[in-house]
Design a binder for this molecule. Sequence first.
Ligand SMILES: [Zn+2]
Length: 105
Amino acid sequence: METKMQAIRTRYHGPTNTMGSRISAKAESGTRYFPYDYASVNPHKDAAEAFANSFGWLKDGSTLESGVFGHDYYFVIVRGKETPMCVGCEASVVSECLCPSGGTL
Ligand SMILES: [Zn+2]
């Protein structure tokens, strides 16, 4: 069976007396904080990618797609071309395909 993909939420946190602005990245696996990079074009994506990479989620060439809700960003993992899926049942290897036609990877 395919592993359940985790979604990542990133949220901006303003500066405090002791710390600069930060972005939190949160998923089922935990929460991590990253300094807010004012020089970055997309600091939320940077944080989400750093978070995902810390779990090895992007090792297979997968990337992140994002959407905005309120002040938060939500990221989902999009499988890389290195891990093709059956268009019928989304199996990632032929032996797991359940399609009568044999599927198309
Ligand atoms: Zn299939």
